[in-house]
Design a protein around this ligand. Sequence first.
Ligand code: PLP
Length: 447
Amino acid sequence: MSTARRYPETGVFYRALDREFPMAVRGEGCWLIDDKGRRYLDACGGAYVANLGHGVSEVTDAVAEQIRKIAYVNGTAFTNEPAELLAAELRTLNPKGLDFAYFLSSGSEAVEAALKLARQHWVESGRPGKHKIIARTPGYHGNTLLALSASARESYKKMYGPWLVPVTMIPAPYPYRCAPDSPAMTADALEEAILKEGAGTVAAFIAEPVGGSSTGGSVPPRDYYKRVRAICDKYSVLFIADEVLSGSGRTGRWAAIEHFGVVPDIMTLGKGLSGGYVPLSAVIATEKVIAPIANGSGSFKHAQTFSHSPVICAAGLAAVRHIQKRGLVQRCAEMGVVLHRKLSSLASLPAVGDVRGLGLLAGIEFVADKKTKAPFPRKLKFAETFVQAAQEAGLIVWPNVSQADGENGDLVMVAPPFIISEAEIDELVSRFKTALDKTLEACHVHR
Ligand code: PLP
């Protein structure tokens, strides 16, 4: 097998058509190894996915065993044991009342299904006028067309504008760039939007409880979601917590919304739910959401061939049990403190404007001017240059751009597997500094 290849020499096409990729051949704990034997610290679990680390035999064995027993059954004819057991396990972990799980394969699918569930809830509750969605900017919920409509990612949306549906956007709480008493931070923006649209037309508000890539791990004020919950209750709007990235233990609680002491009506999980061993996501809803549908048409109008597949649920079950057996959510909280203490040393470096996050989720925002917080011009491609330099230094991080003003803005995310050790965090910080030096040089930024 030949090694690093690029389009069009290979039959695979990736997102970046202009890059040559190394060939990953093995994973060990927090490390990825390529076919030349180079080791990379997987400091973002790929894309916030490899939460358990690579090579957990409980999960690989569970998948193999399930495939041998039954590879596939369809959810219209049968239930299956892994799906039942995983739903039961999640009931013990999810915020109280989030009891019913619908399993799918990707975060986008889960968001898509969650939004449709909210809409169907209102139609079958006799309120068909409620169809509008409110989401936040910056914010991201996926790449299928409804999930993309609810995402504030202009670079992804521009091309497909004619196919997207209108979604009302309110500003996200982004403490580095928002005043503490601004409508974004107090959630007044949500109430204003509902009143402007007309409460009788609004079906759901969707938000990432703790910011993912879009706001670079921004943590909303402590009372933000209490106010969101009160507003949603007042105007009969369903609150969807998109925990695809922040959930499954990443912030040191099973669901990030738990830090804020409120329960959403619908929650989505994905990415790390199976530790990345298979593609698995879930829409989880309360009885209140599902009851009108159960008592009405009797069927959720959303069909996907691989929903509730026993193999993906077996992987999820093994992953969730592994997390519990090893106390990995607690570990995330504890190592999160270590991670943030060590990352705070980056704040004094040139171009580092802010370091923030919660648990093992951290965002490092780069700026051209630390005093004014002015971002680099987008054409400099600071974040992309950094990610490339980091990979060359054997460190994998996740970039995000445009968050500062919709066009400019550069940040990178760090979200390592929950098993990361203190020595590996030191290594992460050291490689980060090497990558930053290289980036400053490549982008001709004065120190
Ligand atoms: N929701 C959030 C908060 C995400 O961060 C993502 C992906 O990054 C998604 C949904 C979409 O998930 P997927 O890429 O698995 O479709």
